[in-house]
Design a protein around this ligand. Structure first.
Ligand code: HDE
Length: 693
């Protein structure tokens, strides 16, 4: 009796089984059913007239299955189509009550969250490491309703007014006559548009920097971009800018690596995020705000309502308000990540908007897009979008209504049913900001300086970052077919910095500084701002990274064990790569299975590498192995090697580098610690300079 009960419970908990508790056919216990609950006797064959005859329209089981399949896809997001998400928790720090009355930001409150990271331009199937802005959207399921912080990994944007957004996106998406290139801004229409839109120049500096090719979604910053308002219990209003800082630091891959990763593993970022969460290595970010009064904002020489400007941290430092840990992968990508609907208009009491014209446009756009993408104003009932707090009103009906509201009255006020559903004094109330003026279509003059902050970004970069920005512009402008567009763009860069424009012109092999552009406002020189640089003060760590050992059957077992211990102690993972995927025996006689094989796991997939062949003749005749080593070197990785790897280094053309490159570390008695220490530098930047990169 007891047994029977528990069996029933188990089967009704199976995923995909709807209404299992009502099933009354014990004889067909685990049977597949139609969507109507009809047990299916044959899921292999269509209903036909005789074994070789035509199919019958009557086959409602086939038709239901195929119809459902035919409608499986929903429209992908018009931007940010390629994305990956995970669940987690947000915990608020102490001391935020002075800033905001938002319940989820009060000391110690824990709130469930769902975060989705994305690229902007590519379609849902595009590669992860395309050069692009990354979306960083977080849904907080607070006790006062859902709050969505829908940001990016860069603190500014291309345009100042929402009315330009369709033009911007049409320019970056595949060109409409030929439908290419996919997931790339390296084409004429994008650069045509931005070169005619000087307000884009600051953002272009960010997009051509390494920020646009992150090492991992776990190693990206996030920004709310716009200025928002916070309101405390006494009604005091403060302007805020949101910042997410990753615990692992902000790191990127190098461009040639990005290009190759996209072929070797187009899912590089999602695999990395999913894998880290699966093994309990939970990604973490701290949320901070820059908080300032309207009076202070008026003292800045830029406008805080202009989304192409940031507030340098020297003017307003970051104030940490909480931290987010992502600790659970989705059970079903479509149901959760794909159907997640973020809207900047989803706010809670204590958080409000500013007049940033880009934000104001977004407040309209996201709700509208959900209606077209998810097909119904009831999208808030889909589990991933449903608030975890109470939600109750008299909105009714529409496509795919999941609720079954009771009662006779669907209006407020009413006295027939329970008429207690009324507005509440503690509910959301907009900041009573005084607004007055003429109706007009005009860009504020305070938005007119398009180059000062672009120049500040440039002067805040390390030499390495400057080199990479020049490389980014060089690559993209080099792809253009229309010289006039290229020259116009060079003209903008000339207003940012001479070294920048000369560096890009040199990459392109053109002389001069492009078409002369007259700025609306002459750019000013400002002090550099250290936090704008990724690498000026990067953490010294290999936490969350993967180190690969390339070895062969008969691999040195003691070395493998010591390396594994050291790598794991530093918070990283070790991957063993061998010529073939099958198991092999180490020098100690132990049978091990490699994590991957040479042809399937190029060195671009790893952060630092070790060459440890069993014998010095091993791998020297293997082109894949030689490419593996050459790429690791060219991508500035730290390379540990054993004596037996000398021949392989020679074959890869880097034997002579051993004496002058600090990233080539011989693994002898203390070599492993040295290897780990060097790998913590992320890359050997001096090598790039030496190689003229
Ligand atoms: Fe978005 N944006 N956006 N955007 N955006 C969308 O909404 C839009 C902008 C951002 O993971 C769309 O649900 C307009 C800035 C993220 O699901 C759409 C304007 C920032 C995501 C839309 C902007 C963002 C989106 C497409 C200019 C950084 C992905 C699908 C006024 C602060 C959210 C969707 C997710 C998605 C419109 C500019 C971030 C069409 C009109 C600035 C992270 O509604």
């Amino acid at each position: 009796m007891v047994k029977k009960k528990s069996k029933r419970k188990r089967s009704s908990a199976k995923s995909g089984e709807k209404g299992a508790t009502h099933q009354t056919a014990p004889s067909v216990g685990d049977a597949l059913t139609t969507n109507q609950g009809l047990p299916i006797s044959d899921n292999q064959n269509t209903l036909t007239v005789g074994p070789r005859g035509p199919q019958l329209l009557e086959d409602h089981i086939l038709r239901e299955k195929i119809t459902h399949f035919d409608h499986e896809r929903i429209p992908e997001r018009v931007v940010h189509a390629r994305g990956y998400g995970a669940h987690g928790t947000f915990e608020a720090y102490e001391g935020n009550e002075e800033l905001t009355k938002a319940a989820f930001l009060q000391a110690g409150v824990e709130t469930e969250v769902f975060a989705r990271f994305s690229t902007v331009a590519g379609s849902a199937g595009s590669p992860d490491v395309a050069r692009d802005v990354r979306g960083f959207a977080t849904k907080f399921y607070t006790s006062e309703g859902n709050y969505d912080l829908v940001g990016n990994n860069m603190p500014v944007f291309f345009i100042q007014d929402a009315i330009k957004f369709p033009d911007l996106i049409h320019s970056v998406k595949p060109e409409p006559d030929r439908d290419f290139p996919q997931a790339q801004s390296a084409h004429d229409t994008f650069w045509d548009f931005v070169s005619l839109t000087p307000e884009a120049v600051h953002m272009l500096m960010w997009v051509m920097s390494d920020r646009a090719i992150p090492r991992s979604l776990r190693m990206m910053e996030g920004f709310g971009v716009h200025t928002f308002r916070m309101v405390n219990a006494k009604g005091k209003v403060t302007f805020v800018k949101f910042h997410w800082r990753p615990k692992l630091g902000t790191f990127s891959v190098v461009w040639d690596e990005a290009v190759k990763i996209n072929g070797a593993d187009p899912d590089y970022h999602r695999r990395d995020l999913w894998g880290a969460i699966e093994k309990g290595d939970f990604p973490e970010w701290e949320l901070s705000v820059q908080a300032f009064s309207e009076r202070k904002a008026n003292s800045f020489d830029f406008d805080v309502l202009d989304p192409t400007k940031l507030v340098p941290e020297e003017l307003v430092p970051l104030r940490p308000i909480g931290r987010m840990v992502l600790n659970r992968n989705v059970d079903n990508f479509f149901a959760e990540t794909e159907q997640a609907a973020f809207c900047p208009s989803h706010v809670v009491p204590g958080i409000d908007f500013s007049n940033d014209p880009l934000l104001q446009g977004r407040l309209f756009s996201y709700l509208d897009t959900q209606l077209s993408r998810l097909g119904s104003p009831n999208f808030h009932q889909i589990p991933i979008n449903a608030p975890k707090s109470r939600s109750a009103n008299f909105q009714r009906d529409a496509h795919m209504q999941m609720d079954v509201p009771k009662g006779r009255a669907a209006y407020e006020p009413n006295s027939l049913d329970d008429g207690s559903l009324r507005e509440h004094p503690d509910g959301f109330a907009s900041v009573p900001a005084g607004e007055e003026g003429q109706k007009l279509r005009v860009r504020p003059e305070s938005f007119a300086d398009h180059y000062t902050q672009a120049r500040q970004f440039w002067t805040s970069m390390t030499d390495v970052e400057k080199r990479h920005i020049i490389g980014g512009f060089g690559f993209e402008l080099g792809k253009l077919g229309v010289d006039a567009v290229r020259d116009r763009m060079l003209g903008h860069l000339a207003l940012v910095d001479d070294q920048l424009v000369d560096g890009v012109a040199e990459k392109l092999g053109v002389s001069g500084r492009g078409t002369k552009i007259k700025p609306a406002v002459e750019p000013k020189d400002t002090k550099p701002s250290a936090p704008l640089s990724q690498y000026a003060d990067a953490p010294h760590s290999i936490e969350g990274r993967t180190i690969a050992v390339l070895t062969t059957p008969g691999a040195p077992s003691r070395l493998l064990a010591a390396v594994k211990k050291a790598v794991e102690a530093a918070g990283a993972d070790l991957a063993i790569i061998a010529p073939k995927k099958g198991p092999f025996t180490t020098s100690g006689g132990k049978e091990i299975s490699p994590d991957d094989f040479l042809g399937g796991a190029p060195s671009v997939l790893f952060d630092a590498v070790i060459l440890a062949p069993a014998d010095e003749d091993d791998l020297v005749g293997d082109h894949a192995a030689i490419d593996w080593v050459r790429d690791a070197f060219a991508h500035l990785k730290v390379i540990g090697f054993t004596d037996a790897a000398h021949a392989l280094l020679e074959k890869a053309g880097i034997g002579a580098e051993v004496d002058r490159d600090e990233g080539l570390v011989l693994l002898k008695s203390n070599g492993i610690d040295e290897f780990i220490e060097r790998a913590k530098q992320h890359r050997i930047w001096a090598r790039e300079e030496r190689m003229g990169g």
